[in-house]
Every structure is written in C-alpha cells, then in structure tokens.
Design a protein around this ligand. Structure first.
Ligand SMILES: Nc1nc2c(ncn2[C@@H]2O[C@H](COP(=O)(O)OP(=O)(O)OP(=O)(O)O)[C@@H](O)[C@H]2O)c(=O)[nH]1
Ligand SMILES: [Mg+2]
Length: 333
C-alpha cells in the first residue's frame, strides 16, 4: 500500500503555424518574387519537479493543458511567433504514466528535474522556401504540423515528515484531524484506523506531512492486531510523534510496549528521533496528570525525549500549536 494521490491529465502541445504565400510588391520592382515567411513552432508542454509542493491537488481543478499555437508566417519574410510553452509543476516523487496507467514515462525524483511531455508541431515553410530555378513564383507553402496530444496519469507517492506512533485509541487520528484537513475515522474503540492516512499541516506559511497509521499492540511484530506492516510507511519520516493516552492506567507500559515493537521491527526506525506527547489531558484533573507525568519521567530518566514530553489535548487544542512549531523546526532542520 502506498500513499497515492493521482490525477489524469490531458495535454495538447501547440500546432505549428502555417507558412505564408506572399509576393514582394514594391514600386519599381517588377516580379518581386516570393516573400512568405515560415509559421512559428507550436509550444511544448514540460513537467518539472519543484520544491514545496505536497499534493497533486491542483490537477483536480485543471485537467486540460494546451500550449500555444504558432502564429502563421506573413509577407516580407516574417516568421510567425512561437506558441507559448506550459510547465506543469509537480511535487518531487511524482511519476508520470501513459494512458494505460501502467507504463512509466518518467519518475521525477529530484527538484528541478524537467522533462518534455508533449512536443509542439513545427511551423510550416513559407513560399519563399519553395523558390527554385524552374519555379520563380511558387504558390505553395506548408501548413504547420499538429502538436502532440496525449493523456497521462500523474501519481504521487508521498513521503511523510512525521509519523504517528501509539497504541490503538491513543488519539492519533483525532490529532491528525485537528492539525490538518484530513478526515480520518475516529472512534472510541481500538483499530479504528485500518489504513495509513496522510495529512498536510500548514503553519507559518510552511507545510509538512503527518502520517497516521493503525495502532500497534504487543506482539505486533509477530502479526498480532494489524501487525507492524504499516510501520513501513513511517520508516522514511524525519521524526516520530509518539502519542500516549494519559487517561489510561499505565502509560509507562504503553510506552514500553510500543518501543519494544518498534525495535523489533527495524533498527533504523528504533533510532529515529522521537517526540512524546501525552494526549487527552483535558480528561484528567491537573494534579492526577502531574502525578502521572512525574512517575513517567522518573522511570525514564536517561531518555531525553521523555524529559521533553509534551502535554496536549486535541479537544481543547491545549499544547497543540507549540507541538506543531516544534515538529516544524525538526522537519525543516
Ligand atoms: N477527551 C479527549 N478524548 C480524545 C482526545 N483525542 C482523542 N480522544 C478520543 O479518543 C478516542 C480514540 O481516538 P482516535 O483518534 O480514534 O484514536 P487512534 O489512536 O487513532 O486509534 P486507532 O485508530 O484505533 O489506532 C476517540 O473517542 C476520541 O474522541 C482528546 O484530546 N481528549
Ligand atoms: Mg486512528
């Protein structure tokens, strides 16, 4: 399973302009000869990977792209103007497929990578080009060649910046829903989330992507619950956000359970930077919360992530914007 975002797009490169049929007409010059210029070339359509984009959402609103047609040639040997080009700007990680949705055309993996998708047609030759010793007054000019026309599929495999970790019911999806426009299913029972979901967080005119995955439980690495197969989706994140429901009886055990599963899954994931947040603090008396926090911190004295633990509530938004600022700093570092 991949985080896919896709769009079908129609492309039409510009047709070439027609060449002109024209003859020089000037006072005192008899039989002025042909002077029809060439038509301009049609515009091309390119695709380019640019920084700062996270979705293909723009292609939901516009699916048809037509580059400019070349202008026709004119008398006095004037060549027609070229048609304007179009550049489709897409996020890094976008793949372009042909109409069949299977055949890969190009994989845009680097910022600045640019590829021609559809070539504009050449402009037609004007009649001046057809002048020869036997034909001094050609009345022939070419029409322009049509620009290429095709349908393509764009597919984006997003790589999340922040991966959510936690037991079922920890409040992961709720968090995602308040910090992004994602609308994950939320309910008061475990395994509400069955598939990974992404949300884009926009703050301070910057963006980053959070991935919500199904909750892990003890034995996930052995296949218990939904298993750990979804951990692959957060493997390439910059940072893990580990959410722990503070209202549960034993947050320490909750934390240890998840850390154990993560370390069983892959060392690379186990050493990833981690931010820990206690969730649902609105549902607990302040002194209760303080007690639990103290116990938790003293249990993991040598763990800097624990010492910097965050207290949040997705319901009241307490601590949420601070946490997002913190995540942004790490993601953009
Ligand atoms: N009081 C309170 N309840 C919350 C808060 N955040 C989430 N909840 C509740 O906790 C329950 C579980 O929330 P989810 O967001 O579905 O939990 P999850 O971690 O995504 O669970 P899974 O998808 O099963 O792994 C829901 O009933 C939420 O309404 C919070 O900040 N305060
Ligand atoms: Mg969920």
């Amino acid at each position: 399973m991949k985080f896919l975002d896709e769009a079908k797009v129609y492309l039409k490169a510009g047709n070439g302009g027609a060449g002109a049929i024209s003859f020089r007409r000037e006072k005192f010059i008899e039989f002025g000869g042909p002077d029809g210029g060439d038509g301009g070339d049609g515009g091309n359509i390119y695709i380019e990977a640019v920084p700062g984009l996270n979705t293909l959402i723009d292609f939901r609103y516009q699916q048809h792209f037509k580059a400019g047609v070349g202008n026709h040639g004119a008398g006095s040997q004037r060549t027609g103007a070229r048609g304007h080009d179009i550049i489709l700007k897409v996020p890094v990680g976008t793949q372009v497929f042909y109409d069949d949705k299977q055949t890969l055309f190009v994989d845009l993996i680097e910022v600045g990578q640019r590829v021609t998708l559809a070539k504009g047609g050449m402009g037609g030759r004007g009649n001046i080009r057809f002048k020869s010793s036997v034909n001094q007054a050609p009345t022939r000019a070419d029409t322009g060649i049509p620009g290429e026309e095709l349908w393509i599929w764009l597919k984006l495999k997003l790589i999340a910046d922040v991966g959510l970790l936690g037991l079922p019911n920890a409040g992961k999806s709720t968090f995602l829903s308040v910090v992004s426009r994602a609308k994950p299913k939320i309910a008061n029972y475990p395994f509400t989330t069955l598939h990974p979901q992404l949300g884009v967080v926009s703050i301070h005119e910057q963006e980053f992507v959070i991935a919500d995955i199904p909750g892990l439980i003890e034995g996930a690495h052995l296949g218990t619950g939904l298993g750990h197969r979804f951990l692959g989706h957060i493997e390439r994140c910059r940072v893990l956000l580990h959410l722990i429901d503070i209202t549960q009886d034993d947050p320490i055990l909750a934390y240890q359970t998840i850390r154990h599963e993560v370390s069983q899954y892959a060392q690379a994931l186990a050493v990833k930077p981690e931010i820990i947040a206690f969730t649902k603090i609105d549902a607990l008396e302040a002194d209760e919360a303080a007690k639990k926090l103290k116990k938790f911190k003293s249990k993991f004295k040598n763990n800097p992530a624990v010492q910097d633990i965050r207290l949040i509530s997705s319901h009241t938004r307490h601590g949420v914007s601070d946490l997002l600022d913190h995540l942004l700093t790490i993601v953009k570092a």
